[in-house]
Design a protein around this ligand. Structure first.
Ligand code: SF4
Ligand code: SF4
Length: 98
């Protein structure tokens, strides 16, 4: 499976190396759904490879693709609860440290 650069894996999963909560768009994802720091992206992003999941979540819009991705893992409700969170800590409802 070739990566179609659909952007879903830069929005749906939580990524600790980026302090990116579940379902929250990575701050480095450009408007064209391409990574704006591609050359210096974290190792976790380098290691992520397209697989059968990418085909299963294929849909016309990024929003739909992300919802399908999260649904695959039973994480849609948790992700919806994270809406607006800017860090994993905030998404978990923990106090934000200064
Ligand atoms: S979800 Fe799959 S097809 Fe979409 S950008 Fe990520 S690896 Fe590529
Ligand atoms: S750093 Fe780049 S590749 Fe990694 S999640 Fe963000 S936009 Fe995607």
């Amino acid at each position: 499976m070739e990566c179609t650069c659909c952007g879903a894996c830069c929005v749906a999963p939580d990524i600790a190396a980026l302090d990116k909560p579940l379902g929250v768009r990575c701050r480095h994802l450009g408007d064209d759904n391409l990574c704006t720091i591609y050359e210096s992206r974290p190792q976790i992003c380098r290691d992520y490879a397209a697989d059968a999941l990418c085909e299963r979540i294929a849909a016309p819009s990024l929003h739909e693709r992300v919802e399908r991705y999260l649904t695959e893992f039973g994480l849609l409700d948790e992700a919806r609860a994270n809406a607006g969170a800017s860090s994993m800590r905030q998404a978990r409802g923990l106090p934000i440290l200064g």
